[in-house]
Structures are given as structure tokens and as C-alpha cells.
Design a protein around this ligand. Sequence first.
Ligand SMILES: C[C@H](O)[C@H](O)[C@H]1CNC2=NC(N)=NC(=O)C2=N1
Length: 200
Amino acid sequence: LSAFARTYSASSCYRSSSASHVFLQGSKNSRILRVSRVGRTPPGQTLVVRTSGNLGGDFGTRDTFPEEHNSTIPSSSQSRLAEKFCKPLPTGTHALSEAEAEALLAEVVGWRISRAHDAGLKLQYDWNLKNFKAGLELFSRIAAVAEAEKHHPDLHLENYKKVRAEIWTHTVGGLSENDFILAAKINQIDTRDLVSKKKS
Ligand SMILES: C[C@H](O)[C@H](O)[C@H]1CNC2=NC(N)=NC(=O)C2=N1
């Protein structure tokens, strides 16, 4: 791999209609890359993309790219969780331990675990949106996923365009696999038309 090989924990990588573009949706924003060649790239393999410029901060790189670099397609584990379904938990199910939660966290790009001192663990994700209406639109897209899964996040819309989702399993008072499944499905929501382009 070239010295500039980068491994992106992109939440999803898919081709737009024109075969010349691949869309890498990163943890916070998304960028369109001009692809020098498009081939079938199964998850876990390396997709060679040619960028027309700097990818910017959300992929964790700030230096300008040389002509070509390599991105690794996210491992299939991310889609593994997104393909599962939330299920009612048997009574007495325990919340995941911190170690179990950390292990699953690797499969939900951009989410973090919050450890409120007196409460159980929660998953959190923040979006910076274009405007207030985009925030409400994101709420309704998340609501569709939550209703389908019968598993619901707390949603906050503050400073008119910042949305935070918090997920935990009320019945166990902490995290369960259901929370990570919901987070993985939320990661599949296309937010390109809602997120703010500038970093803030
Ligand atoms: C009956 C209904 O499905 C249950 O009350 C669901 C609703 N949504 C839920 N959402 C979350 N986050 N935790 C739960 O325990 C939960 N329980």
C-alpha cells in the first residue's frame, strides 16, 4: 500500500448511479470521491480511490492527498449488526459489561459510550445539521427506524441544528445488543441532504 494508505472506518461505502463516484459516508460528514476505477470490492478489501482533493477532517486526516490513496472498505461486521433485528429481552437479562460494550462499539462507526456516574451506560451520537428543519427531518428518519425496531433513542435538538441521539435499553438499565443494532441501522440513514458541510 502507498505510504498514504488510510483506513477509514466509514459507516458505509457505496457507488452513486454514475460509476465514477464512490460515496464514503464518514462518522460525521460525507465526501464524494472521484474514483479512478470502479471494481467490485467486497467488505474488508481495499478499494483504490483517486481523490480530486483533500478529504477533510471527518476521516481523521488533514493533510492533502497525493493523487491516489487506498481506503479499506469497512468490515462486514458493521452490516452484520444492521441486518439483525432488535428483540424483546428475557426477564432478568443483565446489561452488557463495559468490556462487552466496548467490543460492540467497534461495529457502530461514530458512536461513543457515555458513562454517567449514577446511571448505566448509553450510546451517543452527535450530528451538526444545516438548520432546524433538517434536525426535525433527522428526527423523523430516526423515528422510522426506531418504530420498526420497537427500540427507541432519546433525541435532543439543541442550538437549533445540533442533534444528539442517546440509546440504552430501559428494561436492563444499561446497554444490550439491541442498542447496537439500532445504532447500526441509524448509521444506514442517508443524511447527506441534512448535515452541515462546514466543520464546527
Ligand atoms: C413494549 C415496548 O416494545 C418496550 O417497552 C420497548 C419500547 N422501546 C424501548 N426502547 C428502549 N431504548 N429500551 C427499551 O427497553 C424499550 N422497550
